[in-house]
Ligand binder design. Sequence first.
Ligand code: GDP
Ligand code: MG
Length: 194
Amino acid sequence: MIITNARLITTAVEKNGYPDTTAPEIAFVGRSNVGKSSLINALAGRKALARKSAAPGKTRVINFFGMDDAVIFVDLPGYGYAKASKKEIVSWGRMAEGYLKSRKQLKAIVFLLDIRRAPTGDDLKMYEWLTFYGYKIITVATKSDKLNQREAAASLKSIKDALGVSATAFSSVKKTGKDELWEAINLIIRQASR
Ligand SMILES: Nc1nc2c(ncn2[C@@H]2O[C@H](COP(=O)(O)OP(=O)(O)O)[C@@H](O)[C@H]2O)c(=O)[nH]1
Ligand SMILES: [Mg+2]
């Protein structure tokens, strides 16, 4: 899918800041630094739409990115940032859970894992929580360019063993997996409009 008008609609911390829109939304969930912003940029075909942070864990807001009028990508703050304070962790939970539990326009989650690491306890808890609430989940293994083919295959298998679902290998450097992800997203958009 080629997006001609990708834009930041708004940035919010509380419900009253969410945009007054009706387009289906897809939320991006994963640890800080896993590659959420890079994935959103790649899908949008833009270099710096969702700013990539060199300092992990700095994104403490919810960003709503409009992809033409077809879908809104929601960049949630990353979890599991090792240096986060208690207060920051609590504020993450309130912010992200508040969105995930209440937003009617939310149609699916893109759940990101780093292909080089086995899912952490935080990842597994988050995945279980998302599954429990019944969300459709597209699982993505990011930074696939960092492994060779054999290593990547082994990692995808261990993700499948841990979560019970297949992940799409993705690289924002090589754009691997981009078409496959747009296909999955387009399917969700079509289902949402029925
Ligand atoms: N090699 C490689 N680096 C990546 C990839 N995706 C993200 N990164 C790097 O990982 C770091 C964190 O990425 P970012 O998109 O900001 O992660 P976020 O915190 O989840 O939004 C940045 O330095 C990115 O350049 C990828 O597919 N391949
Ligand atoms: Mg980010």
